[in-house]
Design a protein around this ligand. Structure first.
Ligand SMILES: Nc1ncnc2c1ncn2[C@@H]1O[C@H](COP(=O)(O)OP(=O)(O)O)[C@@H](O)[C@H]1O
Ligand SMILES: O=C(O)C1=C[C@@H](OP(=O)(O)O)[C@@H](O)[C@H](O)C1
Ligand SMILES: [Mg+2]
Length: 261
């Protein structure tokens, strides 16, 4: 055997070690989720995540391949989150509720904590139409936008382990709700009219509220929609005066409770 062949064999042995270590890493990551669930502990622990990252950086300080190894660990962390999410949820998570309830914000946070794919419906429709949501409403009218929502929801059913952040009107159509239920758990976020107003008062992205952005109008429209939202929901989370992390913890705990039933 010449040196080159020997190095190649050594590399193959290294790969075996890495595979074994990654197997172990993922098994432990799953065990952590099972443990937290069993003892009713918070599932998301952003401070712990930060601590682990600090420790890793310390370990790699002065290492000749610091950046390269760190890059790999970033990927390992990402995949590990996905493994943990799969252990917890077998359905897509679909967020519905009134404008300003926090659907986009909560979806974004959850997707980063679990490295889950996110489908932000408004954004996807705007990208496809190459137009903002207010421009779509102004150019083609609301019913055109609603048809695009239905089309997209149907399309999204082919995906797994996705967080779907709906626009506030998506759950009002029965056919849309039927699509949501095929593969997903439907989470309704609620907030009082006053909270909604505080959250959306400076926004120009919501054509439904243009010219009507006040607590009275919000309360009236919310009441009109309430029954449909509630009928669509598998779980409901009230979001007034709650931080996003707290809302996400409640959401996870209720979803897990549902699966345990
Ligand atoms: N729990 C919360 N606490 C404080 N502000 C929030 C909370 N959830 C959302 N917001 C803020 O309210 C605004 C609307 O939130 P967004 O996620 O876009 O709502 P939606 O998608 O339901 O319309 C954003 O500026 C966001 O930062
Ligand atoms: O409630 C609605 O009818 C709408 C809500 C909006 O999404 P957000 O709820 O994310 O603001 C967006 O889809 C569109 O402006 C219509
Ligand atoms: Mg939104």
């Amino acid at each position: 055997m010449n040196d080159l062949e020997m190095y190649r064999e050594q590399l193959a042995l290294c790969d075996d070690k890495i595979i074994d270590a990654l197997m172990e890493h993922n098994v432990i990551a799953e065990k952590i989720m099972v443990y937290k669930e069993k003892y009713g502990m918070p599932i998301l622990q952003p401070l712990q995540e930060e601590k682990q990252e600090r420790k890793l950086k310390e370990k790699l300080e002065g290492n000749k391949y610091q950046k390269e190894i760190y890059d790999v660990f970033e990927r390992i962390g990402h995949v590990s989150k996905q493994v943990q999410a799969r252990k917890l949820f077998s359905h897509n998570i679909i967020l519905i509720g009134f404008m300003g309830a926090g659907k986009s914000t909560v979806s974004d946070y959850l997707s980063s904590m679990f490295a889950m794919k996110i489908a932000e419906m408004d954004q996807m429709i705007a990208e496809r139409e190459e137009m903002s949501i207010p421009d779509i409403f102004a150019t083609y009218g609301e019913s055109y936008f609603r048809a695009k929502e239905t089309e997209l929801l149907i399309e999204l059913q082919s995906q797994k382990n996705v967080i779907i952040s709906c626009g506030g009107g998506a759950a009002l159509r029965e056919e849309n709700v039927a699509e949501m239920k095929k593969n997903g758990r439907v989470v309704l976020l609620t907030a009082s009219p006053k909270t909604v107003y505080e959250r959306v008062k400076d926004s120009e992205d919501r054509p439904i509220l243009q010219g009507n952005n006040n607590v009275e109008y919000i309360a009236e429209l919310m009441e009109k929609r309430r029954e449909k939202y509630e009928a669509a929901a598998d779980i409901v989370i009230q979001t007034d005066n709650k931080a996003v992390l707290q809302i996400c913890e409640e959401l996870i705990s209720k979803l897990l409770g549902m699966d345990a039933e």
